[in-house]
Design a protein around this ligand. Structure first.
Ligand code: G3P
Ligand code: MG
Length: 244
């Protein structure tokens, strides 16, 4: 089999519509017509993988300080919805396990981004790999694991080899192709801003799929798709209608 991804992937759930990296975000992404979502996974102080983007608490919840210094129980007491809109008050930071259950129930395929706090790269990837092996042996065709950190992808390759891997990057720096091949990646996930038609062609020619982030403008999304990208990762539910 090869990775079969839909043209649109909801970013951090569906970040323009719901608080990012939350279960409500997944539900609203599914309701908006998405069949894939991307989310970020980081470790709590007691090694529970949780959905969170920033190393520091506070932007997307009512906590403060580094997430990796708090236990999962403490993180679960935070409100992760009110910052976005009062109507989302009471939303909690999901564990990775809760996210998997929720996406499974909604029929959503997953782009799992390993997002380690500095110094926790190996442990974070090991726990993501263990969790995938334990909970998702039937979902290997519906999950791609990505990371900006090559060491995380290396661990994923060693510990959870059955799951697809995506090479996440800002742009195609020298050596990208060899690095992605050595890490056994099936896809490259570059930022769309520096991307051009020649780079998309180079990725395709090297045998990788292209999933590019974060594309919220429908015209830009259409251009990228015309160039041959396989998927755009977006915050915007309106792209579903725009690209239908
Ligand atoms: O995985 C694509 C995208 O989420 C990477 O950037 O910072 O939004 O996690 P970021
Ligand atoms: Mg991400």
């Amino acid at each position: 089999m090869s990775l079969q991804v839909s043209r649109l992937v909801g970013h951090r759930g569906i970040a323009a519509e719901a608080p990012e990296n939350t279960l409500t975000g997944f539900r609203l992404a599914a309701e908006a017509g998405f069949s894939w979502v991307e989310f970020d996974v980081m470790l709590s102080a007691d090694d529970v993988p949780m959905l969170h983007h920033d190393e520091e608490l506070g932007r997307t919840n009512d906590g403060s300080g580094p997430l990796c210094a708090e236990t999962a129980a403490a993180l679960k007491r935070l409100d992760a919805g009110a910052w976005f809109d009062k109507g989302f008050s009471g939303e909690r930071i999901p564990t990775f396990e809760e996210a998997i259950s929720c996406c499974r129930a909604l029929g959503l395929a997953m782009n799992v981004e390993i997002k380690p706090a500095a110094g926790h790269e190996i442990r974070t990837a090991e726990i993501v790999a263990e969790t995938l092996n334990a909970l998702c042996p039937d979902l290997t065709e519906r999950i791609v694991v990505s990371s900006f950190v090559p060491d995380c992808l290396k661990v994923a390759k060693e510990k959870a080899p059955d799951f697809y891997r995506g090479y996440l990057c800002e742009s195609l720096a020298d050596g990208w192709r060899q690095a992605a091949e050595e890490l056994g990646c099936v896809s490259v996930h570059p930022n769309h801003r520096p991307l051009n038609e020649a780079a998309v062609a180079a990725i395709r020619q090297a045998g990788f799929k292209t999933l590019t982030y974060t594309v919220n403008d429908p015209e830009r999304a259409a251009t990228l798709i015309a160039w041959g990208v396989d998927a755009v990762i977006t915050d915007e539910p309106s792209l579903v209608a725009a690209l239908a």
